[in-house]
Design a protein around this ligand. Structure first.
Ligand code: ZN
Length: 477
């Protein structure tokens, strides 16, 4: 084994998404190479305030930018980076991520230019034209394939979470870093769960969304979800499920479509309609229908056996605008955006929340500062989006059952142990859960303290540099 004696430091810092959930963007520098991981926005802010702190770094230094998945907090500032800054590196994402990115961000442009309160479009982060131009310059990577850009090698692995989500293992001069993005390890109805890469990593950058919390088993959560919805519609109530247009919404639809088929005498044939309300509904469902071959064995088997696409739902109809919707009697509405910031889901919330028969059911992760987070405090009134001085009484039932597809503490710890990296950098978590996760990890690995296998855990804030020195870096065996 040949070793290199000179000390070289790897630098890690975040322009966003450290000690918070939102605007994910991390920088990795080693031996003159620079990698950027993700380029998101913060869902609780608008316009320039929603961006990562791009002013703090010279973006022209970036060689490669990797996007883990299509969620807005990981991808929505990419057109801004590519079109409005001095960035001139190469950008990679998986095929399904790219396919969905196009529609999702064009909707994002529409929603932010209408709902932001900005009178003039100059204030928008980017336009549809920027988006289209950026789209043509994005390169795709297959799962389990490795790309080498001037000595930066990176490989995409399944991350679970949403269709197309990837973990990236990055290798620069023999040093390996694994970036999980958002990931899940639980078996899902349609996705492959996150996998452990075959080769070890020196550094692990891992999400900490749920900190040290434990999820209830999936079967219980599914049962709770269907029972809660069932009992609400039986008493004549309406159910609002605020969802991000794509990704986890499709998992909820698989659950509800099956339940409705099992109770078709009571619920089927339009007796209690289910709607998927999104500008993107049709376009995005076609992406899901196309990429069934990238999903898990379960859903592919169903596809083969029934000869019909599992994403062509029997009991769910699409709704583009609320003016096509006749609001008579009980119904179930999956509407975006997921954090009730504006748009369709917010309009329905304001319409339905005064009635105590109705239910608002939160299934995603709600970021600090958004209406979805606020409503879980069960306030007596909520402000109207069109006029914040108008208060709307809130009498409806509020419940939360998580289908967010992030690992819980046990799953995260098990995965971190399997990776075996000596340096663990926590990202994508609010300060408190992240701090608790750090303490739990340090105590879990306390027996290694002082040995050469000691595990170092970092929870840096945005723009704070973590420097890791690697002395005898392995060059070749
Ligand atoms: Zn995500």
């Amino acid at each position: 084994e040949q070793t290199q004696l000179s000390k070289t430091a790897l630098k890690f810092f975040s322009l966003g998404g450290s000690n918070e959930v939102g605007r994910s963007c991390h920088i990795l520098q080693y031996k003159g190479k620079t990698v950027m991981l993700d380029a998101g926005v913060h869902p609780a802010h608008q316009g320039l305030a929603s961006l990562p702190f791009y002013d703090e770094f010279d973006l022209s230094k970036i060689d490669v930018l990797l996007i883990s998945h299509f969620h807005l907090d990981h991808a929505a500032s990419l057109p801004y980076v590519m079109q409005r800054t001095n960035f001139n590196g190469r950008v990679f994402m998986t095929h399904p991520t790219k396919a969905i990115y196009r529609w999702l961000l064009s909707d994002f442009v529409k929603v932010t230019s209408i709902g932001s309160g900005f009178s003039d479009k100059e204030e928008n982060l980017y336009t549809d034209e920027d988006l289209a131009e950026s789209f043509d310059r994005i390169e795709t990577i297959d799962f389990h394939s490795t790309i080498d850009v001037n000595g930066i090698k990176f490989t995409a692995f399944h991350a679970g979470h949403v269709l197309g989500a990837a973990m990236f293992q990055i290798e620069i001069a023999g040093l390996k870093t694994l970036f999980t993005g958002d990931y899940s390890r639980e078996t899902d109805r349609h996705l492959n769960s996150a996998e452990v890469p075959p080769s070890s990593s020196d550094i692990l950058i891992v999400e900490s969304t749920f900190g040290t919390a434990t999820h209830e088993p999936r079967v219980n959560r599914e049962k709770k979800l269907t029972q809660l919805i069932h009992s609400t519609v039986l008493r004549g109530g309406r159910v609002l499920l605020p969802v991000f247009a794509l990704g986890r919404a499709q998992e909820i639809m698989l659950i509800l479509d099956e339940f409705w088929s099992q109770h078709s005498e009571e619920l089927g044939n339009g007796q209690v309609p289910i709607f998927y309300a999104s500008n993107l509904a049709r376009k995005c469902m076609s992406v899901f229908q196309t990429y069934v071959n990238m999903m898990n064995d379960d859903i592919r088997k169903k596809f083969r056996d029934s000869q019909s696409n599992p994403f062509i739902f029997k009991n769910i109809s699409y709704l583009k605008h609320l003016d096509e919707f006749q609001d008579f009697g009980p119904s179930v509405m999956l509407a975006s955006p997921g954090m009730l910031q504006n748009g369709l889901s917010r309009d329905l919330l304001e319409k339905w929340c005064p009635d105590e028969k109705n239910l608002v059911l939160i299934t995603g992760y709600s970021v600090e500062g958004t209406m979805a987070k606020y409503i879980m405090l069960e306030p007596d009134v909520i402000p109207s989006i069109n006029n914040p001085e108008v208060s709307i009484p809130r009498r409806c039932q509020i419940e939360e059952i998580s289908f967010a597809a992030h690992v819980d503490f046990r799953e995260n710890l098990d995965f971190i142990e399997k990776i075996g990296a000596r340096n663990v950098i926590l990202v994508h978590g609010e300060s408190n859960p992240m701090g608790r996760l750090k303490s739990a990890l340090l105590s879990n690995f306390s027996s290694l303290k002082g040995t050469e296998d000691e595990v170092h855990v970092f929870n840096p804030r945005n723009c704070v540099v973590v420097e890791l020195e690697f002395k005898g870096v392995k060059v070749a065996k």
